[in-house]
Design a protein around this ligand. Structure first.
Ligand code: GLU
Length: 487
């Protein structure tokens, strides 16, 4: 076995890629990229009922979207192929034969009914259930006879008395008494091998050096160590990373909001945001730096900076971070993302994009500073692309008052006279108009903004007016004045 660092991400394709899984994948990937090791992707699809090809595709797509490329695994292949557990049945049988022939595993013929009855009796007696060990004591002839008779069997690991200790990179030393570990089932009665067994066989044969995974798997680790030992395999190092919690300190789930990578993609988050944010969930470089590019993360990542306590998912911080990465995009990339979003969500038609592309580009440049998410673009361009748009009702009540009629009359007069709508000189004209009316500039701008945009905050009003053009602005001011006069 080489000393090379080899890590793996081993998703079960029974659902979309959750942020917890994505964070596990990221930590493995960063560790491999930092150390010049290999990152392996293995699909744990043994649960045939719940595993779905569409989930598998979605997981691969989301990993690629995040930028987590794998060195071995589906699509790319590798020396240790196959990388799908359903294609490795003969490998598992071979390893199982080894365990059985050396007496480290045994056939268990107990029926589900017997096991249930035994469990109920033990629980009723106030005990923690453990398998009675009945079949561990069968002699080889009895076993052969039962198999020949066609009795169904599971296969269990023969666990001896004692304790297992291992040193987890995050959790430190963990010791478990074997009383707490049953003679665990390695192959079920139906012939299906269990997760603990196949994960060990795969990790060993794929020469995984470090198993980095969520700490919900911590209870499996001593069991897996016993399997490594029984098979004579080298035991990898383990690092169990803390849970991700929602704001109410319960494990992050749909109840808290978006929780899968594809939902965040749909909402308009950028992959660089997700990578940066996921890295901060349970890892800290110096306790204060929050912005890390992909290269920074690769350079700085280390397992000893994984924190022990659970990480809380903060949607507000994620949005803030996305605002940061959006600001870094050049206008071209920003235009492409916004255009695609507007098209996909049928906010604009493909014809409008074709006919008005230059105009659309100007609009995006104008509103981009207000975006924390690409998905906010629809709401930001509504009053520019359309002439009917919603009004903020509180602001409407405040500004649609008789005293403002004089303001709009003046505004209309100034605008009619303007021969150019270039933003800076236009602003100057309205500053003068305010002075002439004996009003503060703000007293003019706030109602004007409401009339033009329907809202109380927007990008620079005069830049918006420049983009809208004289006729559309006049219509809006005149319409608003009419509303005021109607009372
Ligand atoms: N397929 C397991 C899961 O998705 C992998 C656990 C492991 O990393 O060992 O939870």
């Amino acid at each position: 076995m080489s000393d090379q660092i080899r890590v793996r991400f081993a998703p079960s394709p029974t659902g979309f890629l959750h942020v917890g899984g994505a964070r596990t994948a990221l930590f493995n990937w960063l560790f491999a990229r930092h150390s010049g090791g290999k990152f392996i992707l293995r699909i744990e699809d043994t649960d045939r009922e719940r595993s779905k090809p569409e989930y598998e595709e979605a997981i691969l797509r989301d990993m690629r979207w995040l930028g987590l490329d794998w060195d071995e695994g589906p699509l790319v292949g590798g020396d240790k192929a196959p990388y799908f557990q359903t294609q490795r049945a003969s490998i598992y049988s071979q390893q199982m034969e080894k365990l059985l022939s050396q007496g480290n595993a045994y056939h268990c013929f107990c029926t589900t009914e017997e096991l249930n009855a035994d469990r109920e009796a033990q629980v009723a007696a106030g005990k923690i259930y453990r398998y009675s060990g009945k079949c561990a004591r069968l002699n080889p002839d009895e076993v052969r006879w039962k198999i020949e008779k066609g009795e169904a069997f599971a296969i269990r690991l023969r666990v001896q008395e004692g304790t297992t200790t291992f040193s987890d990179i995050v959790r430190g030393q963990v010791t478990v008494n074997h009383h707490e570990i049953d003679d665990l089932v390695l192959v079920r009665r139906g012939g299906e091998p269990t997760y603990n067994f196949v994960a060990v066989v795969d990790d060993a044969l794929m020469e995984i050096s470090h198993v980095i995974r969520g700490d919900d798997h911590l209870p499996n680790t001593p069991k897996q160590i016993l399997i490594y030992k029984a098979l004579g395999f080298k035991i990898p190092q383990f690092a169990h990373i803390p849970l991700i919690l929602g704001e109410d300190r319960t494990p992050l789930s749909k109840r808290h909001g978006a929780s899968s990578v594809s939902e965040f993609t749909r909402q308009g988050y950028l992959p660089e945001t997700m990578m940066n944010y996921l890295a901060l969930l349970g890892w800290s470089f110096d306790g204060k730096t929050e912005i890390f590019s992909k290269d920074d993360l690769i350079k700085r990542f280390s397992l000893d900076r994984i924190v022990k306590s659970a990480a809380a998912f903060d949607y507000e911080k994620l949005q803030w971070l996305n605002g940061h990465y959006l600001r870094l995009l050049d206008d071209e990339k920003m235009f492409q993302l916004c255009r695609d979003y507007l098209l996909e969500n049928k906010i604009i038609s493909i014809d409008r994009v074709k006919n008005d592309e230059a105009y659309l580009r100007r609009v995006i440049v104008l509103v981009r500073g207000n975006l924390k998410l690409i998905s906010q673009v629809g709401e930001q361009v509504v009053y520019i692309l359309n002439d009917t748009y919603p009004f903020d009702s509180a602001a409407l009540a405040k500004f649609k008052v008789r005293e403002n009629a004089v303001i709009f009359e003046k505004v209309i007069e100034v605008l009619k006279e303007a021969d150019s709508l270039t933003a800076a000189p236009l602003e100057e004209k309205f500053r003068n108009a305010a002075t002439q009316l004996g009003k503060k500039f703000g007293e003019l701008v706030h109602p004007m903004r409401l009339a033009i945009t329907g809202r109380t905050s927007s990008p620079n009003l005069f830049e918006i007016m420049e983009i809208l053009g004289k006729e559309r602005c006049l219509d809006r001011f005149q319409g608003f004045l009419k509303l005021i006069l109607k009372g």
